[in-house]
Design a protein around this ligand. Structure first.
Ligand code: ADP
Length: 225
């Protein structure tokens, strides 16, 4: 089953009279349960592509069909509903809410789904990522690796069908990076979650089933292992 289908997707930014084409007619699709990585030089459009696939932003032209829903046909509220229901997203810079504790950050998606057991479930997730004892800490009181693990617990909370991760192991020491890697791959093994990873770490990319190379906003190569 196809979980994500991207067709002729372009993104153009206008700055004054200049047009910057960041994504140029990108087409690919992903099957449910696949593990893929997107690699390419800095500025090639990887983060933009991930955001469009996850419904965080919309393209200029083209289409993104995520779990059967054409995102460009939805309004912002409907897109938010798809994100809350189907998608987990791990941001490059964690993007934890600074005024909430680790536990409260993980509770956010659960409360959006009005889960009565939000606190208990969030605590289970923090335990899974090895941070039960940091539940009441605020993001500024956590190391980079700990913040990344909280953001992973948050991304896992709504049991997404597809997980997008932007440089999930970037800026982390090797040991922490390996732990993060295992948590993400385990999600695929245990729940069949589709994984789409943007990474500059070629060792990590080599562990995925398929590598999409992107350069200047275009797909250069789409290689299956
Ligand atoms: P990558 O993730 O491959 O490093 P990005 O998707 O972050 O690339 O960025 C691709 C290009 O789009 C860059 O040149 C960047 O400066 C530009 N860009 C990203 N977001 C915006 C924006 N909101 N407005 C204008 N240009 C942007």
């Amino acid at each position: 089953m196809t979980i994500l289908s991207v067709a002729n997707l372009s993104k153009v930014y206008q700055s004054g009279s200049r047009k910057l084409t960041v994504l140029d007619e990108v087409t690919f699709s992903i099957q449910s349960g696949e593990i893929i990585s997107i690699v390419g030089p800095s500025g090639s459009g990887k983060t933009t592509l991930l955001g469009l696939c996850a419904g965080l932003d919309s393209g200029s032209t083209g289409s993104v069909v995520l779990n059967g829903k054409a995102l460009e046909k939805l309004n912002e509220d409907q897109r938010a509903a798809v994100r809350n229901h189907d998608v987990g997203f791990i941001f490059q810079n964690f993007q934890l809410l600074p005024t909430l504790t680790a536990l409260e950050n993980v509770m956010v998606p659960l409360e959006l789904k009005k889960r009565k057991d939000a606190r208990a479930k969030a605590m289970d997730l923090l335990e899974k990522v090895g941070l039960k004892d940091r539940a009441t800490h605020y993001p500024t009181q956590l190391s980079g690796g700990e913040q990344q693990r909280v953001s992973i617990a948050r991304a896992f909370a709504n049991e997404p069908k597809i997980l997008f991760a932007d440089e999930p192991t970037g800026n982390l020491d090797t040991e922490t990076g390996e732990m993060i890697e295992k948590l993400i791959f385990d999600l695929n093994r245990e729940r069949g979650t589709t994984l789409v990873l943007v990474t500059h770490d070629l060792d990590l990319a080599a562990k995925t089933q398929r590598i999409i190379h992107i350069k200047g906003g275009k797909i250069q190569e789409d290689a299956h292992a």
